[in-house]
Each structure stands twice: as structure tokens, then as C-alpha cells.
Design a protein around this ligand. Structure first.
Ligand code: DAT
Ligand code: MG
Length: 148
């Protein structure tokens, strides 16, 4: 089953939106297979956001994501990467539709409260960056037979 890396950013944690965000993914029918509250070291932030190195917002992005605790998660489900990107909404909250996480809870591009992998390849990379194999839990959810 496909997995993705999702993370409530420091602004979402401070704004007490962890439960709201986890609840949306749970109610959709996705399965949580790993989660932890952590403060990201600068070296990990630089690896995670490596594709943005050199862009004007890169330094602020790295300081922001390391500025306080994040809630890092791995979720699984069919087409989970594409699905969760849709549920997050566009990167810039001014373009994110109401009904999406960013559309409902954020106002400003550099404080857009959630990260989600943008392809199955980046999902594999990001899951491996943030989680050890033994931190991911494989388990059966009986309710899945009412979802799939
Ligand atoms: P996403 O988080 O939707 O995958 P991204 O990978 O293009 O978006 O950018 C990573 C983060 O960087 C994004 O969530 C917020 C910040 N960011 C992107 N574009 C920005 C910009 N033009 N100004 C300030 N911050 C930006
Ligand atoms: Mg991205």
C-alpha cells in the first residue's frame, strides 16, 4: 500500500491544529502508520528541503521549519500521495480552496501549516529521512473492509 510523509509545521503545532489535521485524514479512511513530535535539526531541514536550495525563500524556510516542534507522520492508503496533496490544498493559501487544510486554516505562503510529499518518489525519500524502519507500524484495520 502506498505511503506518504505528512508533517504539521511549527505554526500548525502552535495553533493547536494537530488534532484537527489528524482527524481529517482519519475520517477520510487513511491509515496512520507512524507519528512523532520532534524538533527538526538544521541538517535534516536542509536535506528535506534540498530541492529549494538557492531560492529566495530557502533560508527563511529552513529557519521556520526548525523554529519549534513539528508533528511528523506517515500515512498509508491507495493513492495516498495525490489524495493528501488534494486535501492540503495549493502551496499558497491565497490559492487554496476552502475545504482544504491550507484553504481553511492558513493565510500566508510561508506559514501554510502542513507539509506533504509531492510524489511517491519523494514520499519514499522523506519517510526514510524522518523515520527509522522500526518506527513504522504495520497493522490490520478491520474497518478497511468498509473503506475499500
Ligand atoms: P509545498 O509545500 O506545497 O510542497 P513547495 O515544495 O514548492 O510547496 O515549497 C515548500 C515550502 O516553501 C512551502 O510549503 C512554503 C515555502 N514556499 C514556497 N514558495 C514560497 C514563496 N514563493 N515564498 C515563501 N515561501 C515559499
Ligand atoms: Mg514540496
Amino acid at each position: 500500500m502506498e505511503k506518504t510523509f505528512l508533517m504539521v509545521k511549527p505554526d500548525g503545532v502552535q495553533r493547536q491544529l494537530i488534532g484537527e489535521i489528524v482527524g481529517r485524514f482519519e475520517r477520510k479512511g487513511l491509515q496512520l502508520v507512524g507519528a512523532k513530535l520532534m524538533t527538526i535539526p538544521v541538517s535534516l531541514a536542509e536535506q528535506h528541503y534540498g530541492e529549494h536550495k538557492g531560492k529566495p525563500f530557502y533560508d527563511d524556510l529552513v529557519s521556520f521549519i526548525t523554529s519549534g516542534p513539528v508533528f511528523a507522520m506517515v500515512w498509508q492508503g491507495e493513492n495516498v500521495v495525490e489524495l493528501t496533496r488534494k486535501m492540503m490544498g495549493k502551496t499558497n493559501p491565497k490559492d487554496a480552496e476552502p475545504g482544504t487544510i491550507r484553504g481553511d486554516y492558513s493565510m500566508f505562503v510561508s506559514k501554510n501549516i502542513i507539509h506533504g510529499s509531492d510524489s511517491p518518489e519523494s514520499a519514499n525519500r522523506e519517510v526514510a529521512l524522518f523515520f527509522n524502519e522500526n518506527e513504522l507500524v504495520e497493522y490490520d484495520k478491520l474497518i478497511n473492509s468498509w473503506i475499500y
